[in-house]
Design a protein around this ligand. Structure first.
Ligand SMILES: *Cc1c(COP(=O)(O)O)cnc(C)c1O
Length: 863
């Protein structure tokens, strides 16, 4: 515990902040009370904790507004090139603490609430996560928004405002149960509806050809898109960008024909159907489902966003050469559009449609503009994740777009034959239209053809897309292919979520790391400073205790904070190999039971993550983990040496509690399957050590920290490939390794499901006979690496040093670095952004910034 009393801490904080901050505190209290009265219409006697949270949110919002208006006005005046980040997912999590952090308000607000007799930490917990994403891809978009605002890029996020985000996961009798995520139930104080900017989006209908050959999409059904804007403040720079999310609104005239025939009530009821487009996020991670509603969502995003982008271009000083036709040749100099995976890929035919059918440009002119404007990020090479829309679905929903895709394909094939004359096999392989079976459009190929830059998300993944999925395209356009290794924002994932560690780091190397994460290298010189290593472990210990209390409170499970917190949190997927982790737990269970007197480093194994509701095997894996946990946790022979905890409802706000408390990070996907991973980076930044395969960004993490600081195991990409070609026979591993066989037999024979012994037979059969992700081939080496982990954990000093060297080496994985690379190499804008002139409200002084770093989210106050 902190030896200072609360009031001591507050006095200390006040004296550093000085008079201006005292005024600020007085102002905040006044604004807070005004909102409680006028906005929430409550007095202190009847106000609920939610009323207090909302008053606080409105108070913080008030601090954003001038910055937001000023920034947008500045962009209009300067007319810099705009960056548009199109994504079907923005996994934002909570906004209150992040806004306070980026605006440098944490301390003043903490003090204000204290004076009002309220607890900031308690109010924070009332906010619902904005869970408009599934996992890594959506969270990446959110980290990128923070970095783009912090760097000062004139950037916009565009997405869909789903009424229901990713489902809430409940665990009942060990099984996952999904509940709808009604995140808007109590209103959202972080958005501004813009009903005055409604835009039409068309569906269905047919294509008419005029006598001059011009095409017209007619007899369509119109749905309106209504924007909601969310401010995206930069850290410490007074910038404020916009995340614009669209919601579907039925037009007044929707189903008017039945209205006319007297069916008024049913006509009004039918409006719901139109508005279903933005109802719910599809809960699949790395999986293509091919539903019509999903296609309509994708087009809804793209059509409304492009109208907005073109309107802004035309309204800019550059675009508005009054009364004459807009000159679109300047469009790619003023607009960059980044496609977050293929989900917004219809933007390519849609921009072609607008330019050719509506603006009257020639095909070649329009195509040149398209390719220069678009860039595409690939997120996976798993075949089941690649979007391949049936031609029939496109024909029905978007007939004109299908025509345009065919036209793009025809010209593209011509180009292929120019470069590779007569190579019809190549043409068949590269065609955007897949002819085998039901005809489909390969959306990834469309993106490669329609973009000037294609990037993977970690070095190894970017190499794989060149040699694998896009091999033929790489042969044709090697210059298009790039790597942009993913990153995470150090604001949310260290400063905000781990105030104890932030403060310790800042004491030693100053606070520049917050916006220049490479500065963490400065910690390397402390690797033999025993005092510092002890302090580092003390911080970890405090964080573990706090998280243990949380687990006890929320999940009613007691864990030992001195045991190793061994954590795997991510979506449940066979390729991520939670089952391999499970095999370790069972092996360790057997070893403890076989040799209760042996030396076993005590572990608390925590696994968390959501399974897609339709993914049978993933749901069975959750049940197995919980079943193994029940057996292990209730075995008196095992005692405290092994515990298994399922971290229910893994989401951004829970992640913020997990990473600071982690000792060991499990990143154990089959080499070649995890494109990058970003969870791996969050663990590293918070001082957890990694046990992992040479996959995704693990490879680069290992390179940065040195192999001696990571527990690397398993086959390489080449070895996986080779074994696959040789013919992988998992049963041979089962027969060879007695410990492995015992684990699998226990699963098969119902050792963890005595009430239903056959329950997990499917898992056994799958692993022993198929094992697509080669768990059995990697098992032995994984056990070896786990032994190394245990030995290292027993050597506290060694562990502390490794932890420090992990943190010191994590600078590369700031999303600021990632975004600077996109800016330079893809978008053609200055990676240092544009500087907003000084506002009336001063930007953070060095002292105030240092104090904010020390205080972000905690109650310690500054020195
Ligand atoms: C970072 C993050 C992810 C991505 O984790 P991976 O281990 O890279 O798959 C998923 N979900 C949440 C809530 C996250 O914060």
């Amino acid at each position: 515990m902190n030896p200072l009393t609360d009031s001591d801490k507050r006095k200390g904080a006040i004296s550093v902040r000085g008079i201006a901050e005292v005024e600020n505190v007085a102002n905040i209290k006044k604004t807070f009370n005004r909102h409680l009265h006028f906005t929430l219409v409550k007095d202190r006697n009847v106000a609920t904790p939610r009323d207090f949270y909302l008053s606080l949110a409105h108070t913080v919002w008030d601090h954003l507004v001038s910055r937001w208006i000023r920034t947008q006005q500045f962009y209009y005046d300067q007319d810099p090139k705009r960056i548009y980040y199109l994504s079907m997912e923005f996994y934002m999590g909570r906004t209150l603490t992040n806004t306070m952090t980026n605006l440098g308000l944490t301390q003043a607000i903490d003090e204000s609430l204290y004076q009002l007799g309220l607890e900031l930490e308690e109010l924070e917990e009332i906010e619902e996560d904005a869970g408009l994403g599934n996992g890594g891809l959506g969270r990446l978009a959110a980290c990128f928004l923070d970095s783009m605002a912090t760097l000062g890029l004139a950037a916009y996020g565009y997405g869909i405002r789903y009424d229901y985000g990713i489902f809430q996961q409940k665990i009942a009798d060990g099984w996952q149960v999904e509940e709808p995520d009604d995140w808007l139930r109590f209103g959202n104080p972080w958005e501004k509806a813009r009903p005055e900017y409604l835009l039409p989006v068309n569906f269905y209908g047919r294509v008419e050809t005029a006598r001059n050959g011009a095409k017209k999409w007619v007899d369509t059904q119109v749905i309106f898109a209504m924007p909601y804007d969310t401010p995206v403040p930069g850290y410490g720079n007074n910038n404020c960008n916009t995340l614009r999310l669209w919601t579907a609104k039925a037009p007044q005239s929707f189903n008017l024909h039945s209205f006319n025939s007297g069916e008024y009530i049913s006509a009004v009821c039918d409006r719901n159907e139109a508005e279903n487009i933005s109802r719910v996020l599809y809960p699949n991670d790395n999986f293509f489902e091919g539903k019509e509603l999903r296609l309509k969502q994708e087009y809804f995003l793209v059509a409304s966003t492009l109208q907005d982008i073109i309107r802004r271009f035309k309204a800019s000083k550059f675009g508005s050469t009054a009364h004459v036709r807009t000159d679109f040749t300047a469009f790619p100099d003023k607009v960059a559009i980044q496609l977050n995976d293929t989900h917004p890929s219809l933007a390519i035919p849609e921009l072609m449609r607008v330019l050719v059918d509506i603006e009257g440009l020639k095909w070649e002119e329009a195509w040149d503009i398209c390719v220069k404007t678009f860039a595409y990020t690939n997120h996976t090479i798993l075949p089941e994740a690649l979007e391949r829309w049936p031609v029939a679905t496109l024909q029905y929903c978007l007939p004109r777009h299908l025509e345009i895709i065919y036209d793009i394909n025809q010209r593209f094939i011509h180009l292929v034959l120019e470069k590779f004359p007569g190579d019809m096999d190549r043409v068949r392989r590269m065609s955007l239209v897949e002819e085998d079976g039901d005809k489909r459009i390969n959306m990834a190929y469309l993106c490669v053809v329609g973009s000037h830059a294609v990037n993977g998300v970690a070095r190894i993944h970017s190499e794989l897309i060149k040699s694998d999925v896009f091999r033929d395209f790489y042969a044709m356009w090697p210059e298009k292919f790039q790597n942009k290794t993913n990153g995470i924002t150090p604001r949310r994932w260290l400063l905000l979520c781990n105030p104890n560690l932030s403060e310790l780091i800042t004491e030693k190397i100053g606070f520049d790391w917050v916006t220049d994460l490479f500065k963490l290298r400065g910690l390397e010189s402390l690797q033999n400073d025993q005092n510092f290593l002890r302090e580092l472990m003390k911080v970890k210990d405090q964080n573990k205790r706090k998280f243990a209390e949380y687990i006890d409170r929320e999940f009613k499970i007691k864990v030992d904070p001195s045991s190793m917190f061994d954590i795997q949190v991510k979506r449940i997927h066979e390729y991520k190999r939670q089952l391999l982790n499970c095999l370790y737990v069972i092996t360790q269970y057997n070893r403890i039971r076989d040799n209760p007197q042996g030396k076993h480093a005590p572990r608390t194994v925590m696994i968390g993550g959501k399974a897609a509701p339709g993914y049978h095997m993933a749901k069975l894996i959750i049940k197995l983990i919980n079943s193994v946990g029940r057996v292990v946790n209730n075995d008196p022979i095992v005692g405290k040496r092994l515990r298994v905890v399922y971290l229910e409802n893994y989401r951004v706000s829970l992640a913020e509690k997990i990473f600071p408390a982690a000792d060991l990070s499990q990143q154990i996907s089959t080499a070649g399957t995890e494109a990058s991973g970003t969870g791996n980076m969050k663990f590293m930044l918070n001082g957890a050590l990694t046990i992992g395969t040479m996959d995704g960004a693990n490879v680069e993490m290992c390179e940065e920290m040195g192999r001696e600081n990571m527990f690397v195991f398993g086959m390489s990409v080449d070895q996986v490939k080779e074994l696959g070609q040789r013919g992988y026979k998992p049963r041979e591993y089962y027969e060879k390794n007695g410990e492995l066989r015992r684990c699998l037999d226990m699963i098969r024979d119902g050792a963890f499901s005595p009430e239903n012994p056959a329950l997990f037979q499917e898992i056994y059969n799958n692993l022993v006979n198929h094992d697509r992700f080669m768990l059995l081939a990697d098992y032995e080496d994984y056990m070896r690496a786990q032994e190394e982990v245990s030995a290292a954990y027993m050597d506290t000093n060694k562990w502390a040093k490794m932890s420090l060297l992990n943190i010191a080496a994590s600078g590369k994985f700031s999303s600021d670095r990632t975004i600077m690379e996109y800016a330079k190499d893809i978008w053609g804008v200055d990676p240092h952004g544009i500087k907003l002139p000084a506002p009336h409200e001063k930007p953070l002084s060095d002292e105030a910034a240092a104090a904010a770093v020390a205080a972000a989210g905690n109650k310690k106050g500054a020195k």
